[in-house]
Design a protein around this ligand. Structure first.
Ligand SMILES: [Zn+2]
Ligand SMILES: [Zn+2]
Ligand SMILES: [Zn+2]
Ligand SMILES: [Zn+2]
Length: 307
């Protein structure tokens, strides 16, 4: 019996929940296309090759690497601080009360380790001291992108080619080749802005992909339509492109010129920053002509590369 150790009740049932939580993360890591091997690892000194130590640092509950504070139960079973909270202070291995015991020895061992970035299979060959690895991975340029589709909770991540295939196959997104476009957005009951409409078209030009979003939402009290472009790649590359959008009718027109935003910025972030062509609903209905009962917006646009 562990000191003061009251056994916790049947908590084992709760473990599948804990495990489920991290399946998403695990999937990301396995999504890598080709394994490029452990390039560049041989030259470094770190303790990386010692897989046994590496395994010790894997949380037995969620299999993520553990960072301080690393906890252990009175019997020595370790687990990460996230899992400690999730298992309600009850050791998942032996079910004794966890108490509040740090595993300083393991924290010290971790400090001496050097590990490859977890996106190694996606092309990152950098090696990091254990405690800076996590920080690097949050900004690693090889980290997978989130699915750029808006309007549904989609948790798919991957590199650009796999996301393009995913948009086509799973979201039935229209794909267009070319750098100019001429689109018509038609909606029969444009007064239901609350049920926002999301439209996404992907353009293939300059060998890259761009997402044209069109949607209706409530901007403050005003119902508006908004169109904007996102670049399927990182911000530094997005900046090399520009685009213009035009919408009009009845002899009037609105023109927007902008720089596509990287899909690293969430769809919502771009929308909330209003970085795109915004059309007030009354104006949109005016552009649509007719009796204002139907939305018929013609949006033309062009993407070009800045020299
Ligand atoms: Zn854990
Ligand atoms: Zn234990
Ligand atoms: Zn990396
Ligand atoms: Zn998706």
């Amino acid at each position: 019996m562990a000191p003061g150790g009251s056994t916790c009740k049947e908590v084992l049932e709760s473990h599948p929940t804990v495990a489920d939580y991290d399946i998403g993360t695990a999937k990301v890591e396995n999504n890598g296309t080709t394994t490029k091997g452990n390039l560049g690892l041989g030259g470094k000194h770190g303790v990386y090759s010692n897989n046994g130590v590496h395994e010790l640092l894997e949380c037995p509950v969620c299999s993520n690497l553990m960072y301080p504070p690393i906890h252990q139960c009175p019997n020595g079973h370790t687990l990460c601080s996230n899992c400690k909270i999730r298992v309600h202070n009850c050791c998942p291995t032996c079910r004794y009360d966890l108490g509040n015991i740090r595993c300083l020895a393991l924290e010290k061992v971790a400090e001496s380790l050097e590990l490859p970035c977890k996106y190694q299979d996606l092309g990152c060959h950098d090696i990091f001291p254990y405690y800076s690895k996590l920080k690097h991975e949050q900004h690693c340029r090889f980290r997978p992108y989130n699915c750029p589709y808006a309007g549904s909770e989609c948790s798919v991540t991957g590199d650009i080619p796999s996301l393009v295939a995913h948009l086509k196959d799973d979201h039935n997104v229209d794909m267009h080749d070319g750098c100019t476009f001429n689109h018509r957005y038609v909606k029969s009951n444009p007064h239901e802005v609350e049920n926002a409409t999301w439209m996404l078209t992907v353009f293939n030009c300059f060998g890259r992909q761009f997402c044209l979003h069109f949607e209706a939402f409530q901007l403050g009290m005003a119902p508006v339509y908004m169109a904007f472009l996102r670049f399927m790649g990182d911000d530094n590359e997005a900046k090399k492109f520009s685009y213009s959008l035009e919408v009009g009718g009845n002899g009037r027109k609105l023109i927007w010129q902008g720089i596509p935003r990287s899909i690293r910025d969430s769809h919502k972030k771009v929308r909330d920053s209003q970085d795109g062509l915004i059309i007030q609903r009354s104006l949109a209905l005016y552009f649509s002509g007719g009796d204002r009962q139907e939305l018929k917006l013609r949006v033309t646009g062009r993407i070009w590369k800045e020299e």
